[in-house]
Design a protein around this ligand. Structure first.
Ligand SMILES: Nc1ncnc2c1ncn2[C@@H]1O[C@H](COP(=O)(O)OP(=O)(O)OP(=O)(O)O)[C@@H](O)[C@H]1O
Ligand SMILES: [Mg+2]
Length: 302
């Protein structure tokens, strides 16, 4: 990368996600009609919180395993002993009310924050003490809840940064070629030379995806990439996420838009106040009284 104007990869992974709080139970919170447990309908695979056995995933070996994963911020337990498996080739939807620990989970997996406790393995090897760039090299890529491209680089260069410093180290020409491939994949090829400032929200979200994919990940962590899109843009994004999985990586997608989660996720996990509240099919977990209460508050079943 001699002569490259790219920023070091560690810079890519150091922006803070601590944003967007103050929203309260947005869309994705089930409405009374769809969420209330139908009489006589079993909760199915939805399981209780701490210590719950993982639901059998559709296929693949366990890629990422979290056991007792914890993260505290000055006494606030953002993650409070989470057990989650993500298997190769699956799309897992991560739901939960605002402040339930979803972004923190992504931040801890990607090495943005060191966990306060617990185990985290990728392909059986611990990644607990690895810095973000080493975790990226090991095959974990993530998007940020609020896209934060490098404003001084073009769209193409923004993607080339992760292509250069991701799972495979690449020369500048190779990184640019790889970046172009992912811009085509995300439909942004004609914006390659543009400044990220010239992109609309939809395009900035897809730029986030292209940057994550260019790293050659085995696991992609998507933090609300669909939020704020129009219904048509969302359909396009859902199709894109499916195509991402078809390329090989497992996907963990944090999303409040239930229509998208239902369309995408092989299974869903739900956090509440830093603990795993439920997991199973989207339909089953959204009928789980504990999930309904977490989203709508006590008395939702009255
Ligand atoms: N860097 C930080 N410093 C202090 N507290 C934090 C930090 N990041 C997260 N928190 C706190 O941890 C808890 C979980 O936050 P997190 O961002 O993981 O929630 P979330 O489920 O992603 O919410 P949202 O749906 O609003 O994005 C919240 O109480 C939040 O205020
Ligand atoms: Mg979040």
């Amino acid at each position: 990368m001699a002569g490259s104007s790219f920023a070091p990869f560690s810079m890519v992974a150091t922006t803070d996600l601590y944003t967007d709080f103050g929203r309260r139970n947005r869309i994705g919170a089930p409405n009374a009609r769809t969420a209330a447990p139908a009489p006589g309908v079993a909760v199915g695979d939805a399981v209780g919180a701490r210590g719950a056995a993982a639901v059998a995933a559709p296929a693949g070996e366990v890629l990422l395993r979290a056991r007792g994963l914890a993260k505290s911020f000055r006494g606030l337990r953002a993650l409070d002993g989470v057990d989650v498996d993500i298997r190769a080739g699956e799309i897992v939807g991560l739901l939960g009310p605002n402040g339930s620990g979803k972004s923190t989970f992504i931040n801890v997996i990607s090495g943005h924050f060191a966990p306060s406790g617990g185990e985290l393995t990728l392909d059986g090897a611990s990644i607990v003490r690895l810095p973000a760039h080493r975790i990226a090299r090991a095959g974990v890529a993530r998007t940020y809840q609020i896209p934060r491209p490098f404003a001084h680089l073009t769209v193409l260069e923004n993607v080339a940064v992760t292509a250069a410093f991701g799972r495979c180290a690449r020369s500048r020409p190779d990184a640019l070629a790889e970046a172009m491939r992912w811009l085509r994949f995300t439909g942004l090829a004609d914006k390659a030379d543009a400044s990220p400032d010239a992109l609309n929200l939809h395009q900035r979200k897809f730029l986030e995806l292209a940057r994550a994919l260019a790293a050659g990940p085995r696991l992609v962590l998507l933090d609300e990439v669909l939020c704020g899109l129009t219904p048509a843009e969302m359909d396009e994004a859902v199709a894109l996420v499916r195509r991402i999985r078809d390329q090989g990586p497992a996907v963990l997608i944090v999303e409040h838009v239930m229509r998208a989660v239902t369309a995408l996720a092989d299974r869903v996990i739900v956090f509440n106040e830093g603990v795993l509240l439920a997991q199973g099919s989207a339909a089953d977990v959204m009928r789980d009284p504990a999930v309904v209460t977490a989203y709508l508050g006590r008395g939702a079943h009255a």
